[in-house]
Design a protein around this ligand. Structure first.
Ligand SMILES: *Cc1c(COP(=O)(O)O)cnc(C)c1O
Length: 394
């Protein structure tokens, strides 16, 4: 057949552009800071995951540089062959202690953890039960399995129990998997209840706490600590790429889990380990969380003030319980307009629009930062109020 084998590249892209679904990259000319320069413009950063501003913490930078100087720029191998340095082991030991679990394992990214581990936990004859709003990387991990799938309504424990009762009769292994903190709405999975239900029906539990690590629980220990059920969630998964300010996926749980995961996860076995600079910064990030509680404290006091003021102006901030505060707008075009106008006024906050969320649920997703001052918050609130009124949102 005479065909143009690459024609679809341009056709697909053109279609995306036509519908305004293409990503327009905003280029940072500074580091990711509470005050950044984006495309030549000074803005307050309100859409980064760097919640605690640890990416700019002097200790992380220093220990990252020192690790590179001492051990080099790269690790030379996958973890399983020759790419495990003492530094990697130190991070895992330290992290397990911090998270009050028996053991922990670091993956290259959170995505690699989900894509590598989930497919090993369930297969033919098993079932994976997911919250309907789970993150895309969980969905991709689930797609790599031959297990059957069931979805329960967002945070609906009655529906979860129904699915569990049915699954208990029909399947071998049962895995219940959920985001800890949901990345679009900023609400929290009722992990205490999920663990209880799972126990009742002999199911495994897996919480992807990418947005909870460093944010919820005492000193940012994550969802296990938040519900005081440390060590009871079978897999606590998270990332160093958000509040920890570095990069890297993590799981925390039993030694049995870690022994299994490192021998079975293909993403872990077949992809190079973190450079020493990354491991050095990870170690420093854990240390900072343990010794400097002010970062998590500031994050929460900023969050509470910002949310309270938005609500008192008349904005709908949805179900958020965390530093992810959606400002509900409705129509996608209006959310885009608000985001563009905010940017013009010096506030960088991206819109979340259809098809990422339902057609009438477009919003600006704001993500708070511990490094912002009260006057920064008031500056932003002023812009939100002014533009919200202008666009008829409040
Ligand atoms: C960001 C995120 C991930 C991916 O983590 P990375 O370390 O950036 O790959 C996974 N799950 C959830 C819920 C996330 O928000």
């Amino acid at each position: 057949m005479k065909r143009n084998p690459t024609a679809f590249l341009k056709e697909t892209y053109d279609e995306l552009v036509k519908n305004s679904f293409d990503w327009k990259l905003r280029i940072l000319e500074t580091g990711s800071s509470p005050h950044s320069i984006v495309e030549g413009k000074k803005v307050i950063m309100l859409c980064s995951n760097n919640y605690l501003n640890l990416s700019n913490h002097p200790r992380l930078i220093k220990e990252s540089i020192e690790a590179a100087k001492k051990y080099g720029a790269g690790s030379g191998s996958v973890r399983a062959i020759a790419g495990t340095m003492k530094l990697h082991m130190d991070v895992e030991k330290r992290l397990a202690k911090f998270k009050r679990t028996e053991s922990s394992l670091i993956y290259q990214t959170g995505f690699a953890a989900n894509a590598g581990l989930i497919p090993q936990l369930a297969g033919k004859g098993d079932i994976i039960i997911s919250d309907e709003l789970n993150h895309g990387s969980i969905i991709d991990g689930v797609r790599l399995t031959k297990a059957d799938r069931a979805v329960f309504k967002h945070r609906d424990m009655g529906e979860l129990e129904k699915v569990l009762i049915d699954a208990d009769k029909k399947y071998n292994r049962i895995l219940v998997i959920t985001d800890g903190v949901f990345s679009m709405d900023g609400d929290i999975a009722p992990m205490d209840e999920i663990v209880k239900l799972a126990k009742k029906y002999g199911a495994m539990t897996y919480a992807d706490d990418a947005h909870g690590e460093g944010v919820i629980g005492d000193d940012g220990r994550g969802i296990g600590a938040h519900f005081h059920i440390e060590g009871k969630i079978d897999v606590e998964m998270g990332t160093f790429s958000k509040a920890y300010g570095v990069v890297g996926g993590l799981i925390a749980g039993s030694q049995d889990l870690v022994n299994f995961a490192l021998n079975k996860s293909r993403t872990w076995l077949l992809s190079g380990s973190h450079p020493p600079a990354v491991a050095g910064a990870q170690l420093a990030a854990i240390d900072v969380l343990e010794t400097e509680p002010k970062h998590v404290k500031n994050l929460w006091s900023n969050t509470n003030y910002f949310k309270k003021e938005l609500v008192s102006m008349g904005f709908d901030t949805g179900e958020s319980e965390t530093p992810i505060t959606p400002v509900m707008v409705g129509e996608s075009s209006k959310a885009k307009k608000l985001s563009d106008r905010l940017f013009d006024e010096g506030v960088f906050a991206l819109p979340i629009i259809f098809p990422m969320v339902a057609r009438d649920k477009a919003r600006i997703r704001t993500m708070m930062n511990a490094g912002l001052t009260k006057s920064d918050l008031d500056f932003m609130l002023d812009k939100f109020e002014k533009l919200g009124k202008k666009l008829g949102i409040i």
